[in-house]
Design a protein around this ligand. Structure first.
Ligand code: FMN
Length: 185
């Protein structure tokens, strides 16, 4: 690992007290110095409509697409909604993938972490997201898989990360750092 690699982090929950946002911030702190994680906000992106893209694209699309294009890698941290990808996350993927031929995702290394207070840990969302990433030519970290169940206990009332989940997050972000170094252009 040598140069600092910039990682665009997309968080699939828009809620202020989101567990997934807290996990994204925890991963940013645990990341080795070669990996710089920055959350790229997706909550103000209007729903994708091909009729209003190109010259008429909504103003919020420009900065989002620029940040995505400038990133060396992408990390998705997401809850599961109705056994699939939250709409906000899917919309961000659609916006970032267009206009045709100008995707901000192509060829980049990536990883997916899903978390839920439920037992299955967002497995459905995680793998639906992976299906999109095949088409987008994102090279996705395979191991360790990250379906984090029981996420309601990951942070105490002061927002401190529990010791129970910390070692896994460290392992995950270290593996991702190695993956990015190997696959970033
Ligand atoms: C519309 C909606 C659908 C949901 N569907 C699921 C689901 O399919 N599986 C699951 O484990 N949790 C589901 N949940 C519960 C979320 O996992 C829980 O609200 C979680 O805390 C959301 O992540 P966040 O804390 O990052 O916002 C759903 C929540 C909402 C609002």
């Amino acid at each position: 690992m040598s140069k600092p690699y910039n990682v665009a982090v997309l968080v699939g929950s828009l809620r202020k007290d989101s567990i997934n946002r807290k996990l994204a911030l925890a991963l940013a702190e645990l990341a080795p110095p070669e990996l710089k994680l920055e959350i790229v906000e997706i909550g103000d992106l209007p729903l994708y409509n091909e009729d209003t893209d190109g010259d008429n694209a909504p103003a919020a699309y420009g900065p989002f697409r620029s940040k995505l294009k400038a990133a060396d890698a992408v990390l998705f941290v997401t809850p599961e909604y109705n056994r699939s990808i939250p709409g906000a996350m899917k919309n961000a993927i659609d916006v970032g993938s267009r206009p045709y031929g100008q995707s901000g995702f192509s060829g980049k290394p990536g990883a997916v972490l899903s978390a839920s207070p439920g037992a299955i840990g967002g497995f459905g969302a995680n793998h639906h997201l992976r299906q999109c990433l095949v088409f987008l030519d994102v090279h996705v970290l395979q191991q360790p898989e990250a379906y984090l169940g029981g996420a309601g206990s990951f942070f105490d009332t002061d927002g401190a990360l529990s010791d129970g989940i910390r070692p896994f997050l460290q392992k995950f972000i270290d593996a991702f750092a190695q993956w990015v170094a190997r696959h970033a252009g």
